[in-house]
Design a protein around this ligand. Structure first.
Ligand SMILES: NC(=O)c1ccc[n+]([C@@H]2O[C@H](COP(=O)([O-])OP(=O)(O)OC[C@H]3O[C@@H](n4cnc5c(N)ncnc54)[C@H](O)[C@@H]3O)[C@@H](O)[C@H]2O)c1
Length: 717
């Protein structure tokens, strides 16, 4: 053991800031006179808001607890050992802050090995072992339990996952090896690959039991008591745990193939983690949980994969992205003091169209205050209110809300054509009318005549100037940009725009409202199309130019696949709608004619009323011959490599200019916007870490966006 201890002590020196998890051992008399059980409780000394993690110091504590339990087991003082967590949390895995500090491959390898060595000691105890998953369990937390002989889970567990692949790692403390041998490769691939790549989908206690990861499930109220009783029965032989036989034939190979298809669909080979995890799953097909030695090859492969990934840019980008959405999103940079925010107890929504109706639903659900919609005629108002009520009924139907809540929410959302009566006592009115400056200015001018002096006027404009929109008002200081993304319920981003005259109180109110709406807010300057639409339009514009100049659409689509974007640019165009895309490109062309082009071909698609470049024939997506007929192409054909670098160079140039203009405070905000507003992938870290890593930032702007060590392996000392 001294070798492991040394490894971990060295790790602990590298990570002096670790919040160390202790492993308390207490002894309990089991029911049914089954004997004494040593119960190890993992606890970092904080409440559930700071979940328990494993760094090297924590592993040393667990190892010390195992010294004691091992001795007691050999001396016959205990009949079993169990592990559980502090209230609400079992353990959420490796401490990522420690991972970020690692600079040497050897140190990364040591952390993997250290974890394995400690967890293997649980499996090697001479008494039966149990994990009682009492609360949230992720990554290494799940894995410590996998090394036990038996597991129980609380029906109240809200989140249980192996999120490593999502971040750019593999479950490397036993997950890739033990899980498929416990529940079969198919289910393991679902947990390790599919859930993880599906925005880190979490399992609930019930799923953990149904998948066979836990052998028993109990209600949270008396979870520990019931788990002890269950363990007593197992120890006495009154209860024999039967698990489904594992199919180690074709089903195993098919599961791995399926996993590769899922990974290809998401990242097209661009991020290595999922593929490495699948290689390990494929390689442990002939292992056997009853023969511990047969697992070692899998554990060694996990160590190697983990160390390689820890030293890779992809993982650093993944952790960077994770920190952005977990931390930076909660403390928006540049937001005014929140004490300046005014209370909002009634909301007005002008326009009852696509966006306005979604906004009304969101405001009502999250703020639980009256929300009044208006539009130009009663029919449109009724349609908007009808949409919101129908969505509330859907939530009721799915059991997401109860009947009382549904009634209350429906009662909160009403419509009116009388703006004075509807908005006179509103504290926050947002407009989502047509994207035309004149219309929006008139709407705000009318509103100013009826709302109270302190009412904030917000605009959901995607591309128009907030300053200009406010310029004709008596009180332009109350106007803020509040730019949501469609679909509002799915994309977390809210770009909050400060106009030239916007005052701190209005801005602080906007941030406070955003927080209640549970949105990720980023403060933006009032610059054309703000952040996401400007970058996407530049990217799509370059793609369109390349197509117009002569590169076939299919090669262009293939060329950008390695980025692993949520959808191809052409599919995105269809989703946004060619007319809207054209409109935004015209707006940006007006602002920056030298960089933003307006494609004649796109204009023709819009004029013909087509939805995009593709159509469906016999269930297959093909280029629409009628659209192709309309278009004219040049004869310059680029290679896939040339396409990709041209598109990315355009993006790098635009981001460089945006930062120089002060559109947002830092490159980190650009990435946060691209991840939460456009679904750009974690493994790219949004986009700037990738541009830095590929040398594109330096080629285009003469420097990297991020400091060394931010989203990259720190330079070795
Ligand atoms: N559609 C998107 O994906 C999206 C995303 C983000 C922001 N936006 C922005 O949101 C705004 C609305 O877009 P949409 O897609 O919901 O449009 P939409 O056409 O679905 O809805 C606009 C609604 O505004 C109403 N309207 C027009 N003039 C009005 C007036 N003077 N008073 C009251 N109502 C009036 C229309 O009757 C219509 O119902 C635009 O500024 C758009 O740029 C749209």
């Amino acid at each position: 053991m001294s070798n492991t201890t040394e490894l971990l002590q060295h790790g602990a020196e590298l990570f002096p800031g670790e919040v160390v998890t202790t492993a308390h051992v207490r002894h309990l008399d089991l029911p049914l006179q089954a004997g004494k059980l040593a119960l190890i409780t993992l606890d970092n000394g904080f409440d559930h808001t700071k979940p328990t993690t494993f760094g090297p110091g924590s592993l040393l504590k667990l190892s010390a607890a195992l010294d004691q339990v091992e001795a007691e087991a050999s001396e016959g003082k205990i009949v079993g050992a169990a592990i559980t967590g502090k209230p609400f949390i079992f353990a959420v895995g490796a401490d990522l802050k420690g991972v970020e500090l690692l600079q040497q491959h050897a140190d990364a390898l040591a952390i993997g090995k250290g974890g394995h060595e400690v967890f293997k000691r649980i499996a090697a105890l001479p008494v039966p072992t149990f994990a009682f998953y009492n609360g949230a369990a992720m990554g290494g937390g799940v894995e410590v339990g996998l090394h036990c002989d038996y597991r129980t889970v609380s029906a109240g567990v809200p989140a249980f996952s192996l999120p490593e692949v999502f971040l750019g790692l593999v479950p490397g403390w036993g997950g890739c090896t033990i899980l498929p041998n416990l529940i079969g490769a198919g289910k393991a691939v679902k947990v390790i690959i599919e859930n993880s790549m599906n925005q880190n989908k979490q399992l609930k206690g019930k799923d953990v039991f149904e998948l066979g990861i836990a052998d028993a499930i109990f209600e949270p109220a008396d979870f520990l008591e019931q788990s002890l009783l269950w363990a007593a029965k197992v120890l006495k032989g009154d209860l024999v745990v039967e698990r489904e036989a594992i199919d180690r034939g074709k089903a195993w190979d098919d599961a791995v193939l399926w996993g590769r298809m899922v990974a290809d669909g998401k990242v097209h080979g661009a991020a290595p983690a999922a593929y490495k995890a699948l290689d390990i799953i494929a390689a442990v097909k002939d292992a056997d949980l009853a023969d511990k030695a047969s697992l070692q090859a899998g554990f060694d492969a996990e160590d190697a994969a983990l160390a390689d990934l820890i030293m890779s840019g992809e993982l650093r980008s993944g952790i960077y992205a994770f920190n952005l959405v977990q931390r930076r999103a909660k403390r928006p940079v540049g937001a005014p003091d929140k004490s300046l925010a005014r209370p909002v107890s009634k909301v007005g929504v002008v326009g009852a169209g696509l966006m306005a109706s979604q906004l009304a639903l969101l405001f009502a659900r999250r703020l639980e205050v009256p929300v009044v919609l208006t539009d130009i005629d009663q029919e449109r108002v009724d349609k908007g209110v009808g949409y919101v009520h129908a969505e509330i009924d859907k939530l009721l139907g799915k059991g997401r809300i109860g009947q009382d809540k549904a009634n209350r929410l429906k009662g909160l959302v009403t419509g009116s054509l009388d703006k004075a009566a509807a908005f006179g006592d509103a504290d926050f009115v947002i407009e989502a009318v047509f994207e035309e400056m004149g219309v929006k200015q008139t709407v705000f001018a009318d509103l100013e005549n009826v709302v109270s002096p302190t009412c904030v006027l917000a605009t959901n404009t995607s591309s128009l100037s907030v300053t200009e929109m406010a310029s004709k008002l008596k009180h332009p200081e109350r106007v803020v940009g509040f730019h949501f993304f469609n679909p509002v319920a799915i994309l977390p981003l809210l770009e909050i725009v400060r106009g030239e005259q916007t005052d701190d109180a209005s801005l602080a109110t906007a941030f406070a409202v955003s927080k209640k709406l549970k949105k990720t807010s980023v403060l933006c300057k009032d610059a054309p199309a703000f952040v996401v639409n400007r970058i996407l339009t530049r990217f799509m514009g370059e793609i369109q130019n390349i197509i117009d100049e002569g590169t076939p659409i299919a090669s262009v689509e293939k060329a950008v696949e390695p980025l692993g974007l949520p959808m191809s640019p052409i599919v995105l165009l269809e989703l946004v709608g060619p007319a809207i895309a054209l409109h935004v490109s015209e707006t940006l062309h007006g602002a920056f004619p030298e960089r933003f082009t307006v494609s004649e071909n796109l204009g023709k698609v819009v004029k013909a009323g087509k939805r995009g470049f593709y159509t469906w024939v016999d269930g297959k997506q093909v280029l629409d011959p009628e659209v192709l007929e309309l278009l004219t192409f040049g004869d310059s054909v680029l290679t896939e490599e040339q396409v990709l670098s041209r598109a990315l160079e355009a993006v790098a140039q635009e981001i460089g200019l945006m930062l120089a203009e002060g559109v947002v405070a830092e490159a980190q905000d650009i990435d946060l916007c691209m991840i939460t507003g456009a679904g750009w992938p974690f493994h790219l870290g949004g986009i700037t870490p990738y541009l830095d890593r590929e040398g594109i930032s330096e080629r285009v702007n003469g420097k990297k966006f991020l400091a060394p060590g931010v989203a990259s392996v720190p330079a070795q000392a």
